[in-house]
Design a protein around this ligand. Structure first.
Ligand code: NAD
Length: 463
């Protein structure tokens, strides 16, 4: 067990010296004043890294996993401190998930074909230097998760983190390098810049040193990378609906939805963001959600909350960025209500902006529907064809299948909190880069490799 006081002292110190992340003289490992320097350094590191064995890669990854677990609490606190978003306790869990469930080199399975004409071997080879753009919502989690997968694949990485989360993202870059060096790896295998901007992003994207690009964020960044002319992985926005029908275990559905939708104040792109419930069980679901820590908002207070959380322009609603990932109690305080729930719930119609806009706030609109057809139609509309994530609570297999087929999302969770879809309480590995638009899905080391084939004719056989 790590001593609580010790952690608080580290956090206090780091926060006091937060400017360390933007002051080039107080050097963080792998972080450079300019993108040009970062690119030169990472290119050198990649050349050295080519001669490392798979066993050495695994040693480096093991050290990164250990440091991530040791410093999960420090990073969770720093992340909330810098971005003003999310919950420390949930961010600790996210870092633990990254450390424990991001696949390493075991993910790279070669393919062998033998026959009358000899032997063919297909191996998963590195791309080289990968350029990665990371979001403000999971800053250090994405840096560490990407680093483990990319290093496992034999690559080096240059990050251009979200400017609003540069300090915590660069803390993670430093941590990854500390792990690599401790395990005997090369310097600067993972790099970043102190002050990431659109200019540093453009330089990274255009650099001939960078052979592959990965973007985790909203639609703007994914579109930009996909028009770069390079191999790119795009992990874009979602707006996950959850359906509850009249066969569901309503008490469990209510508890699961509250857990998923309130996790890290609804920042995760996979979190339940609007709920469609059969009219016949809606009252029971709402009552059970209240029992599980939700605050039910009604009438004029809902309109007031719209004005706080969203900004209207020319009849269209967008998020008020100031409020993304904030605690539910702060929204309620703004409405003159003194309460500290994990989540605010309210009944709306399907066209309501709370349903249609990807808010990333602890506010869950609930829409009554008459049957599964209406639920699926409205849920698909709210998902906007992102094909990202969708969830359902039902015991009717036909309905589960019908929704999965209609919504076509990368992640589809049945009868569990949304985070089961990234390996928290569900089977399968984790990722913080869910690549729907480009099809890699739940990315892992093999997503960051290219197949290479080696053919030997009439050669080696044992039969
Ligand atoms: P964002 O789109 O504002 O920023 C993401 C990154 O892209 C940042 O580094 C930002 O600086 C950069 N960026 C944004 N527009 C750009 C452009 N036109 N050119 C170059 N760079 C640009 O996202 P955010 O607010 O930090 O994160 C939330 C969004 O990311 C949500 O839409 C969420 O659904 C999505 N997200 C998706 C995944 C996934 O795995 N699919 C994971 C996390 C977040």
């Amino acid at each position: 067990m790590v001593d609580e006081k010790y952690i608080s002292r580290i956090v206090e110190n780091v926060i006091k010296n937060m400017d360390v992340a933007v002051e080039p003289d107080k050097k963080l490992k792998g972080v450079f004043p300019t993108m040009t320097e970062a690119l030169e350094a990472v290119q050198k590191a990649y050349i050295q890294y080519k001669s490392y064995t798979v066993e050495q890669r695994e040693k480096m990854i093991a050290a990164i996993r250990r440091l991530t677990l040791e410093e999960a609490e420090v990073m969770a606190k720093l992340g909330v401190e810098e971005t003003g978003m999310g919950r420390v306790s949930d961010k600790i869990i996210k870092h633990q998930l990254v450390a424990n469930k991001t696949p390493g080199t075991e993910d790279l399975q070669p393919i062998v074909k033998t026959g009358d004409t000899g032997l063919t071997l297909i191996e998963m080879a590195p791309f080289g230097v990968i350029g990665s753009i990371t979001p403000s919502t999971n800053p250090s989690e994405t840096v560490i998760c990407n680093s483990i997968g990319m290093i496992a694949g034999g690559n080096a990485v240059v990050f251009n983190p979200h400017p609003n989360a540069k300090k915590i993202a660069n803390y993670a870059v430093d941590l990854v390098n500390r792990g690599i060096l401790e395990a005997g790896g090369p310097e600067n295998l993972v790099v970043s810049v102190y002050n990431p901007t659109m200019d540093t992003s453009n330089e990274m994207v255009k650099s001939p040193i960078v052979r592959m690009l990965v973007a985790t964020g909203g639609p703007g960044v994914v579109k930009m990378l996909l028009s770069s002319g390079k191999k790119a992985i795009g992990a874009g926005a979602g707006n996950p609906p959850v359906i509850v029908d009249d066969t569901a275990d309503i008490e469990k559905a209510a508890s699961d939805i509250i857990k998923g939708a309130s996790f890290d104040n609804n920042l995760p792109c996979i979190a339940e963001k609007e709920c469609f419930v059969f009219d016949t069980v809606a009252d029971s679901l709402i009552r059970n959600m209240q029992k599980n820590g939700a605050y039910l908002l009604k009438g004029a207070d809902i309109d007031k909350l719209v004005k706080v959380a969203l900004i209207e322009k020319d009849g269209k609603f967008g998020i008020n960025k100031k409020w993304v990932g904030k605690d539910a109690r702060l929204f309620l305080k703004e409405l003159g209500i003194d309460a500290d729930p994990r989540l605010i719930i309210c009944e709306t119609d399907a066209k309501h902006p709370f349903v249609q806009v990807e808010m990333m706030m602890p506010i869950l609109p609930i829409v009554r529907v008459k049957d599964i057809e209406e639920a699926i139609t409205e849920a698909c509309k709210a998902e906007h064809g992102n094909r990202h994530s969708a969830h359902i609570h039902s015991k009717n297999v036909d309905r589960l299948t019908a929704f999965a087929r209609a919504v076509e999302t990368t992640i589809f969770v049945k009868n569990a909190p949304s985070y089961a879809g990234i390996g928290a309480g569900g089977e399968g590995h984790t990722t913080f880069t869910i690549a729907g638009p480009t099809g890699e899905g739940i990315t892992s080391a093999k997503s960051f490799t290219r197949q290479r084939r080696c053919v030997m004719v009439d050669g080696f056989h044992i039969v």
